[in-house]
Design a protein around this ligand. Structure first.
Ligand code: TXA
Ligand code: MG
Length: 338
């Protein structure tokens, strides 16, 4: 298959929308990462997403909508708390898991009776969804197990020749995937995957906000994940990642210098000085900066041929929790604690 390169123009957006309606797969930018879209109601089209990504069939897709008025077309029940959250956080990087309507095929929801729904805020995504007129199922547009793409070039690295088109909308601002939540009862939010909409931001809108254990630790073999995607090793670069949880930079640097070999790199905060003798990249100081850069840095470290990468640990709160989670999963939850 030849993958069309499309741009952020009305004519190209119209063409991408037509391809989606005709049952083709199109990668497009969102405010988080690039998604690989297909009409959520066309089974054959959705199957092409799984084939192009090499994605396990039990890992459900997120359905993207153009407006809140489309919620009842996807979800069979919309609790009041979901309406409240949609008012505040849609459009934006929040996915709500709700009971699904029968006409959303099982292939889209990975066989589950629920479906993740999100309304992206990226102007190109919004224009595409409006023009397509259908709900669009879209996982991140990487090959399964690779870091999520934040530029059209990353999408093509993984997907050239496997999808109908990529719509280039520049680099994604967010950088990590949306926050995925479900509702345990009328007043309890359960965070299945942390994102830039943090637990702290959700707290004013619910009596309780609970963060799933799988955000912090590896699920035991055979355990059933509340969010199937969380059980897969993910986002991994080829290099071995080793997060080093050190009280300060001096101790980090001392430990790394004692253990690093030729070909090893560091991933540092912007405020850190150099680790003498060891090449490094930087990924910001705040959770938002780190989220924006993390997956890009993973790809750059692979291009540099890094063997082991010693990473300064992000915080476990706010937006940084999403960075912590992606990093820990990429590292297989192995961490050096000093
Ligand atoms: O920011 C994002 O969410 C991006 C952009 C493209 O929108 N999409 C994305 O999709 O990250 P994906 O497929 O890479 O991740 C979807 C996550 C998976 O962890 C999946 O298990 C979870 O959402 N998920 C989807 N539907 C679910 C459901 N019904 N119940 C529980 N978890 C669900
Ligand atoms: Mg993904």
């Amino acid at each position: 298959m030849k993958t069309l390169r499309l741009h952020d123009t009305p004519a190209d957006i119209a063409l991408a929308a037509r391809l989606l309606r005709e049952g083709e797969t199109v990668a497009f930018p969102t405010e988080t990462v690039y998604g690989l879209g297909a009409d959520a109601r066309q089974e054959a089209a959705v199957r092409q997403i799984f084939a192009a990504k090499g994605r396990p069939a039990d890992n459900p897709l997120i359905v993207h909508i153009a407006g809140v008025e489309m919620l009842p077309e996807i979800a069979s029940e919309i609790p009041e708390i979901a309406v409240r959250l949609a008012e505040v956080f849609f459009p934006g990087p929040l996915t709500m898991v709700l009971p699904k309507r029968q006409d959303i095929p099982d292939v889209t929801s990975g066989g589950l009776g629920t479906v993740g729904i999100r309304m992206p805020s990226h102007p190109v995504a919004r224009a595409l969804l409006r023009e397509a007129g259908c709900p669009v199922a879209a996982p991140s547009a990487n090959r399964s197990g690779k870091p999520s793409p934040t530029t059209a070039a990353h999408v093509l690295d993984d997907m050239d020749g496997r999808i109908a088109a990529v719509l280039d909308g520049g680099s994604c601002e967010g950088g990590v995937e949306s926050t995925v939540i479900r509702f345990m009862d009328a007043e309890t939010i359960h965070i299945l995957r942390p994102g830039l909409i943090s637990a702290e931001m959700l707290r004013p809108y619910a009596a309780r906000v609970i963060i799933d254990k799988a955000v912090y630790e590896q699920l035991p073999d055979g355990a059933r994940a509340a969010s199937p995607g969380m059980k897969y090793k993910h986002y991994a670069p080829q290099a071995k990642l080793l997060p080093v949880d050190a009280p300060d930079f001096a101790q980090f640097s001392e430990w790394v210098q004692a253990h690093a070999a030729a070909g090893d790199w560091c991933l540092l905060f912007d405020a850190d000085p150099e680790v003498t003798g060891i090449p490094s990249l930087r990924y910001g100081d705040t959770g938002e900066e780190q989220a924006h850069l993390l997956f890009r840095r993973f790809r750059e470290l692979d291009e540099a041929g890094a063997k082991t990468v010693y990473v300064r640990m992000p915080q476990r709160s706010g937006a940084a929790l999403s960075v912590y989670n992606r990093l820990m999963r990429a590292a297989g939850f192995e961490v050096i604690t000093l």
